[in-house]
Design a protein around this ligand. Structure first.
Ligand code: ZN
Length: 107
């Protein structure tokens, strides 16, 4: 991770205030500058991927962004527009709908 061609004395250079940035909402990454120094930067962590409530599979077509980005995002970009979209995966949605339909037919 840390480059070999460092002109500094071996210590990593911290840009900005370290203590404030050392939180769980950010991750530390090593960036190599054009001058050859390796610098630590703190980037904001994206939230985890949405998962199916039934089988736990990763949901496709769902947005993965920070909360303030999700607020301004249109609803069609956040989840698929179908019943149980963004909650069940397509396979579990199909199974659920078939089960519900058959249950209503028996009554
Ligand atoms: Zn599922």
């Amino acid at each position: 991770m840390v480059g070999n061609k460092r002109k500094t004395t071996g210590k990593l250079q911290f840009r900005g205030r370290f203590g404030k940035l050392k939180s769980h909402g950010r991750k530390m990454i090593y960036v190599k500058t054009p001058g050859g120094n390796t610098v630590v930067q703190f980037r904001k962590i994206k939230p985890g991927k949405a998962k199916c409530a039934s089988c736990g599979a990763v949901l496709k077509g769902t947005a993965r962004a920070r909360p303030f980005e999700m607020q301004n995002m249109p609803l069609t970009m956040k989840r698929p527009t179908r019943p149980y979209g963004g909650y069940f995966c397509s396979k579990c949605t199909r199974d659920t709908l078939v089960k519900k339909t058959r249950a209503n037919l028996i009554k």
